[in-house]
Design a binder for this molecule. Structure first.
Ligand SMILES: [Zn+2]
Length: 90
């Protein structure tokens, strides 16, 4: 089963859970790379997957914070992801 793309938010950046590359927080699909996540790779491409949820691994970021960022996506605080999405959060 293909992993679903979740927008994973950190304190100063965000990334796509599916391909692990940086993502713009306002994008509905992973079509643009956010630079500044890890080592820049000139061959890096975003996976193009649609984001189905917004989440975080940071305990200090609440679901309300995430909803403020993306009111259109289901928001899950750290550790609160439903079982079918859990394997997708990295
Ligand atoms: Zn991606």
């Amino acid at each position: 089963m293909a992993r679903k793309a979740i927008l994973m938010v950190d304190s100063h950046t965000s990334k796509c859970s599916r391909c692990g590359k940086g993502a713009h927080i306002q994008d509905t699909h992973h079509t643009r790379l956010l630079s500044g996540w890890g080592t820049p790779d000139p061959d890096a491409r975003p996976c193009g997957e649609r984001f189905v949820a917004i989440s975080t691994l940071r305990l200090g970021i609440t679901a309300e914070d995430l909803r403020d960022l993306r009111p259109d996506l289901p928001a899950y605080a750290a550790g609160d992801l439903p079982a079918d999405l859990k394997g997708s959060a990295r």
